[in-house]
Design a protein around this ligand. Structure first.
Ligand code: ADP
Length: 409
């Protein structure tokens, strides 16, 4: 079945065309046929990049005023230029990445009128995401009226967290009335990575206790016990937890109050500062991109050294905490741009984890880039692996499963 996976943001549209089926999932042979992105929607210099798996590429800079126009550009490329489709009707399913499913959605769901209304109602919790995700739904529905639409939520995998993990120690009414609690994000990534790790060993996720580290521009750690997320580092918003490319992660709420009151920053300014000027960017002053920060560190820049050290220290601290919270773990899995590609960062994170039985294999770690590989020594009590993530593939698989009504894994 051909599935279109959509990730629609405030000024961007990303898509992948994926071929999958129950048999292909089983054999791990489902595959991406094309991917594309339209950036700076609404500007006069929007950028369109469309690529097939075979390498055919279209790239253009032209005005794309509305999301609907971005869809039309992508669809006309798919139909007329990519050579992959004769007609759009061949796309039988559309999988939408939806950021926030609140407490309502514990798994992916067909986008019935009722589901769409409930996603809309959750927009308060994700005002910068859910409304744009729904714009994607409206445009896809208009242009692909026959295709089945499915919502796949970033938060759903973490709905299994026990109350002790998700409750904030503030008056309980803020939870019951205002829904302020920890939700966690990157659920599709943590779920995919743990599934692929178990599959490689001929087992299921429920056979393991795993600690998954998604380290990309956004970063989070997840404790997975018997197949279920029992804790994760992102919270009410994706701002909590690890230090990220440009987000601060854990921060004393008192510091936020201080900035608002004493530093005479408005709410919007504090928001922008903590989300876009903090993390690696804020501490190093160099970049939000780990590669740049590592280069600056190699040149001897002190703040870059501090940024990398603080980044790795916090990941290790969370892994240690989750190890204890689960009463031990079988393996730590590294995913995301940093987790998959930086032996240097993985080595720094792993150093203090010797205390809980992780013995890294230097050569295996040095060689592992972008492919599933064991990076701990034979016999290490706690294993470490690189397991590349693929959120789009999981969205396509869930879309197929919802359409065919087969159980999710
Ligand atoms: P996103 O979270 O937006 O999907 P990615 O998962 O692609 O992002 O991760 C982006 C991060 O991965 C950036 O900080 C980038 O510097 C980092 N990264 C990519 N390749 C490497 C590498 N070889 N070494 C260190 N960091 C890397």
């Amino acid at each position: 079945m051909l599935i279109l996976v959509l990730n629609c943001g405030s000024s961007s549209l990303k898509f992948q065309l994926i071929e999958t089926s129950a048999e292909q999932i089983q054999a791990n042979t489902d595959r991406m046929l094309a991917h594309g992105v339209v950036e700076r929607i609404g500007a006069s210099d929007s950028k369109l990049t469309f690529t097939t798996a075979g390498g055919a590429r279209k790239s253009a800079v032209e005005p794309v005023l509305r999301h609907k126009d971005a869809f039309e550009a992508a669809f006309s490329w798919l139909r007329e230029e990519s050579g992959l489709l004769k007609e759009l009707g061949e796309i039988e399913g559309v999988g939408h990445r939806i950021v926030h499913g609140g407490e309502e959605f514990k798994s992916s769901a067909m986008m019935t009128d009722d589901v769409v209304r409930r996603i809309e109602a959750l927009s308060d919790l994700a005002p910068l995401h859910n409304p744009h995700n729904l714009k994607g739904f409206a445009a896809a529905k208009a242009l692909l009226p026959e295709a089945k639409q499915v919502a796949v939520f970033d938060t759903a995998f973490h709905q299994s967290m026990p109350a002790r993990s998700y409750i904030y120690a503030i008056p309980y009414v803020f939870y019951t009335r205002d829904k302020v609690r920890r939700y966690g994000f990157h659920g599709t990534s943590h779920r995919y990575v743990s599934y692929e790790f178990a599959r490689r060993h001929g087992k299921t996720r429920s056979d393991y206790k795993l600690i998954t580290c998604h380290l990309g521009n956004g970063c989070s750690v997840c404790a997975i016990e018997h197949g279920k997320s029992v804790d994760t580092s992102m919270g009410f918003t994706p701002l909590e937890g690890l230090m990220m490319g440009s987000r601060c992660g854990d921060l004393d709420a008192g510091a936020v109050l201080y900035l608002l009151e004493r530093a005479e920053m408005g709410q919007a300014e504090v928001d922008v500062t903590l989300n876009t000027q903090s993390g690696l960017m804020g501490v190093s002053g160099v970049s939000r991109d780990m590669r740049d920060v590592l280069e600056a560190r190699a040149r001897g820049e002190e703040r870059a050294r501090l940024a990398v050290e603080a980044f790795c220290y916090r990941v290790a601290k969370y892994v240690g905490a989750y190890y204890v919270a689960m009463g031990g773990a079988d393996a730590v899995l590294f995913a995301g741009g940093i987790g998959e590609n930086s032996p240097e960062v993985r080595a720094m994170i792993s150093e203090p984890l010797r205390a809980i039985g992780l013995e890294m294999d230097e050569a295996a770690n040095g060689a592992a880039r972008g492919q599933q590989a064991k990076i701990s020594k034979e016999g290490s009590r706690l294993e470490a692996w690189v397991v590349p993530t693929n959120e789009e593939l999981l969205i396509a698989r869930d879309t197929l499963r919802c359409i065919l009504n087969i159980p999710h894994e």
